[in-house]
Design a binder for this molecule. Structure first.
Ligand SMILES: *[C@@H]1O[C@H](CO)[C@@H](O)[C@H](O)[C@H]1NC(C)=O
Ligand SMILES: *[C@@H]1O[C@H](CO)[C@@H](O)[C@H](O)[C@H]1NC(C)=O
Ligand SMILES: *[C@@H]1O[C@H](CO)[C@@H](O)[C@H](O)[C@H]1NC(C)=O
Ligand SMILES: *[C@@H]1O[C@H](CO)[C@@H](O)[C@H](O)[C@H]1NC(C)=O
Length: 366
């Protein structure tokens, strides 16, 4: 298995944010002895994290990553904490999704999401651990009508269909990342799932035991350690510890470096940053054989854990194709045990999703 060291990463990826952080910290990084250096940097980062310093290295580009003013602990919303507690598994893990009113409409994505837990194999019980974070009053009312753990975020107005890569979309995605960081600070591990992901089998059976941050991929290249995989922020399992708490701060603060990127593109940029391997954050990329989607489907119905309506824009396209996906799954579940083993079913989707980007582009041009 390929281990990625700080040196590999530097050699592969000299550019971007990595360079900036590296040159400013270079006096710390003269590596005669790698381990002492790592220890040094480790303490430096810990110090940075604890005292929230903006200026340790006296470099404006470095301090961009760390210039938040919020106090690291203490101001947690007690209502949120009690919702998390009541949904938590024994090991302080919660499943989290976010919802706005367009996706919460009857017959829309949220209904399909909940239905998938009921149709899936041993997934229904996981609903006990699902916390739905709602962006607005309407979504909140709908959540309360259907589910027992709902929490409304007091935030900007993310009502209606939020279109991909608009300013509202960017704010919503970044707000989400910041929020998930605060969950880690409260000591909870989380499995974040987009609501356009269908849960067909218990995903906890497929996770790596030793990883801090595990994330699904749009495209998986076969090596779960390879940082060149193309992750999708819509599904990630993160354990709460000092490394992940640091990492979420680093990720959220990186927005200042390039405000035009969404949180996922930023992740693709910072995943190579040497600081991340220096703090020894263990990142694993999840195989699309188990965690598939419309970009790269999970081929084997006997293995699939989740299927994501990724590589798709437009709420109607997603609803259309996810319904078909659940029909496919129902057909599979109706087979006998031996038929299941022998079956070579394949998905009938993506259909409308497969041309959704082109059609959206044409509509914009016309
Ligand atoms: C769920 O999966 C298990 C193990 O793969 C299998 O034995 C069981 O029959 C499945 N249940 C249903 C309802 O398909
Ligand atoms: C939120 O935005 C929607 C559409 O952009 C608008 O109709 C609604 O009045 C706004 N609500 C608030 C509370 O600002
Ligand atoms: C999906 O595509 C078909 C065929 O192109 C079209 O007739 C149908 O209206 C589309 N459905 C949705 C929900 O957009
Ligand atoms: C596999 O699929 C093909 C065509 O879809 C079908 O003819 C064949 O019987 C299937 N094999 C099994 C083992 O189900």
């Amino acid at each position: 298995m390929k281990e990625i060291t700080a040196c590999d990463v530097t050699a592969e990826n000299g550019g971007g944010g990595g360079n900036r952080a590296r040159s400013s910290g270079s006096h710390l990084l003269v590596r005669r002895d790698m381990q002492i250096t790592m220890l040094f940097v480790g303490f430096g980062l810990l110090w940075l994290f604890l005292y929230n310093s903006t200026n340790l290295f006296g470099s404006p580009s470095f301090s961009h990553y760390f210039n938040d003013d919020e106090s690291p602990k203490g101001n947690h919303d007690p209502t949120l904490e009690s919702v998390l507690k009541s949904a938590s598994m024994e090991d302080k893990t919660v499943i989290i999704t976010t919802l706005n009113d367009a996706w919460a409409e009857p017959g829309s994505i949220f209904d399909l999401f909940l239905e998938s837990f009921r149709l899936g194999n041993e997934t229904q019980k996981l609903l006990n651990h699902l916390v739905v974070i709602t962006w607005d009053q309407k979504a909140h009312a709908r959540c309360l009508a259907l589910h027992k753990h709902c929490h409304q975020l007091v935030s900007d107005n993310f009502t209606g269909e939020v279109f991909y890569m608009t300013p509202n979309y960017l704010n919503m995605m970044w707000k989400r990342t910041e929020f998930l960081g605060s969950i880690l600070q409260m000591g909870f591990n989380f499995l974040f799932t987009d609501t356009d992901i269908m849960w067909l089998r218990d995903p906890f059976k497929e996770f790596y035991q030793d990883a801090d941050f595990q994330i699904a991929c749009d495209y998986f290249n076969g090596d779960s350690n390879d940082l060149n995989n193309w992750p999708n922020g819509g599904f990630k399992y993160v354990r709460s510890n000092t490394r992940t708490i640091w990492f979420y701060k680093f990720w959220v603060n990186s927005r200042n470096v390039d405000p035009k990127l969404n949180e996922q593109d930023m992740l693709n940029k910072i995943k190579m940053n040497p600081l991340i391997s220096e703090i020894k954050l263990k990142i694993r990329f999840l195989s699309t054989s188990y965690f598939g989607g419309f970009c790269q489907a999970s081929q084997d119905f006997n293995k699939v854990s989740t299927m994501h309506a990724n590589c798709c824009v437009g709420l109607e396209n997603k609803v259309n194709d996810l319904k078909i996906l659940l029909w496919d799954w129902k057909k599979y579940m109706a087979l006998s045990e031996s038929e299941k083993k022998q079956s070579n079913l394949s998905w009938s989707v993506p259909q409308n999703c497969s041309t959704s980007f082109e059609r959206a582009k044409q509509r914009k041009e016309n």
